[in-house]
Design a protein around this ligand. Structure first.
Ligand SMILES: Cc1cc2nc3c(=O)[nH]c(=O)nc-3n(C[C@H](O)[C@H](O)[C@H](O)COP(=O)(O)OP(=O)(O)OC[C@H]3O[C@@H](n4cnc5c(N)ncnc54)[C@H](O)[C@@H]3O)c2cc1C
Length: 383
């Protein structure tokens, strides 16, 4: 039994809780907010002192339209469903957001040809993009380098903190319990569910729960390992892939009015122009596979020139001195360096004999956009 008090009213007859969600990022919070409506005997365990301190607060805060993901994948499906749900949630609950729109800009003949395949892929996902010739693109964004562009009317930006606050308060109002500074350190299958060992600031204890949902982001493969899944053999080991951003000097922050992306070349969408809700213009994220699993959120200042060069591909009027290191995030990627793209893994692990255990692994972008749709899917998997 944990030293944190379990409300007698919420106590479940079979176990301390009906549902334990591990990880209070935007995905774990969305799941907790949704499931606690019908199942208030729910605890959300978070190792940090507050929710949303890892990937969910180190990202681009873009509501993606669903353009690039391979049709039929969970990424494509949840991005599109989640996008619409997020816009509706934001309007109803006054969560700060803006449908800023986006251009994907081609700078030469070869890239112009690629625009058509991007447009067709988006179309298969049910996303309509408008082709703009050079003049039309420049009318929207006079400072960019372009030979033609795709216009995405449904791309936007959101306050991820506003969204997480909403999910947090909804979970609380529904009667769910959120326990911070509480690390899941071990999990055992029991007769009526699972026993979870907890480490709360060095104090060890345990709780039992009928259902366990692993939404531990960068730690989700290790949680899967705790229930006996061989993550190497099953190809579920995460790669930590850093993405850094540089901010543009405020005097040039109005060089673009919307998000402007290059035509993607390799892994990632390419360093692109992002505006945040405060009007700050930044560029990023790049793609850097890390050797270890340390969460080092410093931005490497020596990347400045390489960044400025990438930025000038889109925005020629930016000098090296116009940019400063801003922030970075770390992607929990199943895709190996140079390997094929991987989809989200969201599985109720009944086939492994783990009834009531749901794994969410590799929830990289568009995980924020997808969060409400993922929550609905997890509910369907379980109930
Ligand atoms: C650079 C970058 C840019 C991105 N841009 C976008 C974007 O513009 N749009 C978009 O849709 N998506 C974007 N994403 C993806 C998006 O940020 C993630 O998909 C999303 O935040 C994942 O949320 P999560 O809740 O799964 O993970 P996290 O936010 O990492 O939350 C997991 C939580 O689990 C906790 N935890 C881990 N282990 C344990 C344990 N043992 N016990 C208890 N708690 C534990 C962690 O402390 C953490 O709080 C981006 C990602 C990156 C890195």
């Amino acid at each position: 039994m944990s030293f944190f008090m379990i409300d007698e009213l919420k106590r479940n007859p079979m176990a301390d809780f009906e549902i334990a969600v591990i990880g209070a990022g935007v995905v774990g919070l969305a799941i907790a907010a949704r499931l606690s409506r019908q199942h208030p005997s729910l605890v959300l365990l978070e190792k940090n002192e507050k929710y949303g301190m890892e990937t969910s607060s180190h990202n681009s805060e873009v509501i993606h339209a669903g353009i690039y993901y391979a049709p039929g994948t969970l990424k494509a499906r949840f991005c599109i469903e989640g996008r619409d749900e997020l816009y509706a949630l934001c309007s109803t609950h006054h969560i700060d957001h803006r449908k800023l729109t986006k251009l994907i800009s081609a700078t030469n003949e070869a890239e112009l040809n690629k625009l058509e395949s991007i447009r067709q892929n988006a179309e298969k996902n049910g996303v309509t993009l408008e082709f703009l010739d050079k003049q039309a693109a420049l009318r929207l964004e006079p400072n960019i380098r372009t030979e033609g562009a795709l216009f995405s009317p449904l791309t936007g930006i959101i306050s991820v903190h506003g969204l997480m606050d909403y999910f947090f308060h909804t979970t609380n109002t529904n009667g769910g319990t959120i326990q911070h500074r509480c690390r899941a350190a071990g999990i055992r299958k029991e007769n009526h569910g699972y026993e979870i060992d907890l480490d709360e600031d060095g104090q060890r204890s345990s709780i039992t729960s009928e259902i366990v949902i692993n939404a531990a982001g960068l730690g989700s493969d290790l949680i899967a390992e705790m229930v006996g899944i061989d993550i190497e053999k099953e190809n579920l080991k995460l790669n930590y892939v850093k993405g850094s951003y540089f901010a543009i000097t405020p005097s040039k922050s109005n060089f673009v009015a919307r998000l402007v992306y290059p035509v993607p070349a390799n892994e990632g969408l390419g360093v692109h122009a992002l505006k945040d809700l405060g009007g700050k213009l930044k560029f990023g994220p790049d793609v850097e596979y890390l050797e270890g699993r340390t969460l080092d959120y410093r931005v490497d200042e020596t990347k400045r020139h390489a960044f400025a060069e990438s930025i000038r591909r889109i925005l020629p009027g930016i000098d090296d001195e116009d940019i400063t290191p801003d922030m970075c995030g770390i992607r929990p990627k199943l895709q190996k360096k140079g390997g094929p793209a991987r989809d989200f893994v969201i599985v109720h692990e009944t086939e492994r004999g783990l009834e009531g255990f749901v794994n969410l692994i590799g929830i990289e972008s568009p995980g924020l956009t997808s969060s409400p749709a993922i929550a609905r899917y997890v509910e369907k998997l379980l109930f």
